[in-house]
Design a protein around this ligand. Sequence first.
Ligand code: ADP
Ligand code: ZN
Ligand code: MG
Length: 486
Amino acid sequence: MSRQTADSAVVIGLEVHLQLNTATKIFCGCPTRFGAPPNSQVCPVCLGFPGVLPVLNRQVLRYGIRVALGLNCSIQPKIVFHRKNYFYPDLPKAFQISQYDLPLGSSGFVDLENKKVRINRVHMEEDAGKLIHKEGEPASLVDYNRCGIPLLEIVSEPDLCSPEEAYAYLKTLKGILQYLEVSDCDMEKGSLRCDANVSLRPQPDVLGAKVEIKNLNSFKAVARSLSYEIRRQGEILEEGGRVVQETRLWDDVKGVTQGMRSKEFAHDYRYFPEPDLVPFSVSTEEVEAVRAALPELPAQRARRFMAAYGLPPADARQLTAEKATADYFEQCVKALPAPVENKRGKVFANWIVSDISREINERGLENIQALGFPPSSLIELIGLVESGAISGKMAKEVFIESLASKKSPAAVVAAKGMSQVTDRQAIREAALAVIQEQPKAAEDFRNGKAQALMFMVGQLMKKTKGAASPAISQEILKELLGGENS
Ligand code: ADP
Ligand code: ZN
Ligand code: MG
């Protein structure tokens, strides 16, 4: 890796657009339902007919304050909207109502595992329509249903230093936004969109020209496009060239960014205050009411899990990063008979952060709910282990089989005739065979080496293909070996 592309030289800032899940649009009463027939959810206001007057949806303001507070921002008490002027066929008014010099929230932060990422601003704005380009059609179609859908723009400071960190920031941010329940945060539906800005420092303490990357459809695409850009810019600098400030589009199939003609997309928005929306003040009471109604957020929840269940910080963080996962965990432990001991929480946490998470990742699922293994199934599975019906090793197989067959763990155990061998006679026979095959270990144990017993239990498990109860195996081996350790 060259000097220019060393991590410390990489500067990344992200702009995230979040679609709010209000019932109606930001400045009119049109519904916001996703997937409605094209141009069926429009009115003169969101189509920008002459003479109409926008009226701010109060729920958008409340949600905006909620997000700004959740991201530790200060709230701007004076609400002012601006017109951002530009021409594009999906924008019938030829301007977007947005916020400019007085954003709703400013100077916040998001805590990552090893760093604080500063939030520059959170502001409210309206969305534009959608152009539909059909292969082989001579013209494009336009759907105005999305015009006037409320958005929050969340802008980070350029505090991120690698594609991995950008990815972690987006994951953390999405987690917080999901907890706040203001959006479905679904990137596929376009409810969460991200533009990435990246530059390389020509010298320490000097910022380089930034490139803005658009057309990013997943967090993975964000990370991949950033890696590509860092390499591309590094090569330019290495050859003694200069990076031009521009907007580039990510091509996810080719895995490259491509420059857009900068003249056509030159930014001169001629912002001016929106004359149809009179500035107004938000009272301290209103802000405090929103603050009082904030839910427990991931960081607080992680601290509570650590205290209540004795979970290590990394597990607590992983469990609480997504609301669905943390809810799942709590549903499991709450179903246990009281009093809930720390240890019991840990057993569930271990399953969720290891086996269950692995399956979610391997299957590329949206969240834990999509796995089709409800809390009741995990409770049942752990119950089977704790009652001695199956071994811990068998539980892993039962889990996979339960996912494949969509049967409950108990039904899998019954159907497969799986059950732990607790028959003392069967275990005794296997134990005798192990002692005969492993005379050295048997000797060691008799001479006081306690570890030798664990080795022999392992051999016994192997012989019975993991079916023997480890506790009974250990007991019988000790009994047969006698010696100082028994
Ligand atoms: P613009 O005026 O082009 O919108 P801003 O200063 O508002 O630029 O920043 C937009 C985004 O770009 C922010 O997320 C910010 O953190 C990021 N950014 C700003 N300067 C740089 C830079 N030199 N390198 C990388 N990202 C940057
Ligand atoms: Zn409308
Ligand atoms: Mg800006």
